[in-house]
Design a protein. Sequence first.
Length: 432
Amino acid sequence: MTAFSSSAETKKQIAITFDDAPRASTFQKANERTKLLIKNLKKVNAPAAMFFATGKHLTADNAKNLELYAKAGHFIANHSNKHLWYRNTNTEDYQRDFLNAHDKLKNFPNFKPFFRYPYLDEGRTEAKVNAMSRFLADHNYTNGYVTIDNYDWYLDSLFQKAKLADKTIDEDALKKFYVSTLVDASEFFNDIALEYLGYSPKHVLLLHDNDLAAYYIDDLILALREKGWDIISPIDAYSDPIARKIPSTLFTGQGRVAALARDNGAQPNLLVHYAEDEAYLLQQFETLVAANKQCQIEQLGFLKGQWEYRSNKNIFSEHWTISKDGLQALGKVINLQTGKTLSKETIKLTRRNNQVIYSALPQQNPKVTHFSLASCHNNRYAFINKEHDFPQLIVYQYQAPESGKRERLKVDVHNLNGKGFTLNYRRLNDRR
């Protein structure tokens, strides 16, 4: 146990905060978004949230939306004026920007003197960290740190782009993906706190004032409660002992818990959750959300032939042939040492009701499991069954041959939370 831990502090508590308020209109009109977010927070009896406002967003119309948040009982706090990145800004300019935002925000109802650093960047040198820390104290401000970092803003940007491109969006899949990603992030950083701090602090969740938050904040809060989380006020959360525990590390971009864990010996690569990985989020979004209904089974003709992957212990193979209604394969796993076949699986690709279906029948399981082709582009074909226990997602990524090398086939077998395994096949023969 650490000096600021408590054996009695076993329950999980979390406060909800939103950055970049009040946001301008996007797919949703700004005023409609504001009202929906307020409504959905109230619907689940959530305590007051805190909206970290950016001064440059305070146009005449948007200022009215910030007032709506305040009048609904939510707190208003400072997120800078121009959303400058501290590492790219000298301290004097950064402090002037802070004061400009303060002057714009100080007279709003429910204003509280908390400051959240844009990009969670508290400084990349000790001199800059200390200068801004003293400056905040001199102005009676408290650091509005987060403990649970994520890229909810990136998910919303993918949503906006999909809407602009007039893509079909599976709203149920989007909701589940958004909620599960943020719940997983909350559990991830709480586990870090338990391991490296010795207790579960009062957490602060980073969200943004955007469309997805307005749509799904009620579902997110209900899912957190199902996982045993109590939703608390940010004022309560910032009374936790870690508010007074200033990290010595400059590794602050993942929030206060990760920074303190780094001080206690955690390696940086273990402190970053998949919810902060743009490549992963893009892949999942395209697979689960922006479904492409024009996928044709003929596009998968490259599979025909023999594919093999060798691990340290086993040989994995898939032998694909043309069938009367599509493609089919026999998959095998063979032990390298004994030559014994450990498992067999029959796989079929067929078209039903204008959809490409991936059907898997393991030898040891008499029940066929079906996966629907959810997306197909750039030689990547993703099949999904959200109701299956494991796997829920099978992705075939074809890689054309480079000079002197055989064709490659990367197969990801995962659940929607990213857990699973990858097989890196190579072609053994021509397409016959």
